[in-house]
Design a protein around this ligand. Structure first.
Ligand SMILES: [Zn+2]
Length: 402
């Protein structure tokens, strides 16, 4: 048994405790194997074989990054240069850049190389206290390359010890060879790709937007995935309003992500269905998009999560803490909303009720952070000081990884 005690500020995220974040002063957590078996005040902590002193630390559940495209090959630095010179993302996409250039590089990469680069990226996430990561495919766009990405993501997670959940995103964009046969590509995703990858995917996702897939195409693909037992999520209302969030909520999707153009009907449908709003402030910043309707989501009681959208083009942001700060600064979340957005609500966006909260019976995922030098031990300083916060101690499913 491992006891971590005397944690100055322990944010349990447990809704049954008082305070927005279920905070405990001088808190303690007892872990037995893969589970948390006790949590409370240090003065009441049971004895344990191994004891870690949490003095000077902020303790949190291991963070959850619930939307990434972490397994890719190639670089989009040239595209970044073009965007800085004034070209917009849709024009770059339509001229064969954007996602398509990453597709060409990822198709050419081996399973071993994709696994190794994902291992390195996961190590970075872990260093920031992240213990659960969702990783999408979507840079293969044909069955073998899609499967290779998903297998690489899963085996990288096993190598690092971080929990990886995989999402099949064959409908990320229409690949060049299908450009004149759009309907045929949607059928290829459903009939050829999906059955070939379903055993290595937890979820299915579709990019519904102008220049990507229509609501009707997205619905057909998500329904096919659900019929094979995959949870549904959707890239919705990012560049142009389409009605994708409402469609996803109607299917009982776990999350609708981006949402910069979300309308009132979409907010209402998500609230009724319990669909989590996944906010991606890195993409919003890089693409200069407006903020999603946070006040409306809050008023309707929609749960909000925050994720990196880590990808080589529209959000080359690997640090979840940067996104926590940006969600407050550029979207208007409160400190408490942003922190719940990378713990309890991010877990819910992945359909997981065994993590994101420090409580008896939960997975033993725990991260301890020191405040920046000279600052008090308070969660507010972690959000105010943007990015780069390294965890000093991390347990993932009871294993001490940092
Ligand atoms: Zn994305």
């Amino acid at each position: 048994m491992h006891l971590v005690k005397s944690i100055d500020v322990l944010l349990t995220m447990d809704p049954s405790r008082p305070g927005a974040l279920g905070g405990l002063e001088n808190g303690a957590v007892l872990m037995d194997g893969e589970r948390i078996v006790w949590c409370g005040r240090s003065s009441e902590a049971p004895d344990a074989e191994f004891v870690v002193d949490g003095t000077g630390y902020i303790g949190m559940p291991g963070l959850v990054d619930c939307h990434t495209h972490m397994t890719w090959a190639g670089s989009r630095a040239d595209e970044f240069r073009r965007r800085l010179a004034g070209e917009n993302y849709t024009d770059i996409l339509e001229s064969g850049g954007g996602i398509l250039s990453t597709v060409a590089a990822t198709r050419a990469a081996s399973l071993e190389w994709l696994t190794e680069v994902t291992v390195e990226r996961l190590h970075r996430a872990l260093s920031h206290g992240v213990t659960t990561v969702e990783i999408k495919s979507g840079y293969g766009l044909e069955k073998q390359a899609e499967r290779r990405q998903l297998v690489a993501a899963r085996s990288a997670g096993e190598k690092v010890g971080v929990s990886v959940l995989t999402t099949f995103l064959g409908a990320h964009t229409v690949p060049a060879e299908w450009r004149d046969k759009r309907a045929g590509y949607t059928q290829d995703v459903i009939v050829n790709q999906l059955p070939y990858v379903a055993d290595v995917a937890d979820f299915i996702d579709v990019y519904v937007d102008r220049g990507a897939f229509s609501v009707a195409e997205g619905k057909a693909i998500l329904e096919a995935g659900q019929a094979m037992g995959l949870g549904a999520r959707v890239h919705a209302e990012q560049v142009a309003y389409t009605g994708a969030a409402q469609m996803a909520a109607g299917l009982g999707a776990l999350s609708a992500d981006h949402l910069e153009q979300l309308d009132e009907a979409g907010v209402k449908a998500m609230a009724e269905a319990g669909t989590v709003a996944v906010l991606l402030p890195g993409a919003m910043l890089y693409l200069k998009d407006p903020a999603p309707p946070i006040a409306e989501l809050r008023a309707a009681g929609v749960r909000m999560a925050v994720a990196t959208d880590f990808n080589p083009g529209s959000s080359p942001v690997s640090d979840l803490w940067t996104c926590v700060s940006l969600a407050c600064i550029s979207m208007g979340l409160t400190i408490e909303e942003a922190l719940k957005g990378v713990t309890i609500n991010a877990a819910l966006a992945l359909g997981l009720s065994d993590r994101g909260v420090i409580r008896e019976g939960m997975r033993a995922d725990l991260a301890l952070f020191r405040p920046p030098p000279g600052e008090p031990v308070s969660e507010a300083v972690l959000v105010q000081h943007m990015g780069g916060h390294k965890a000093d101690h991390v347990w993932a499913q009871g294993r001490k990884l940092v």
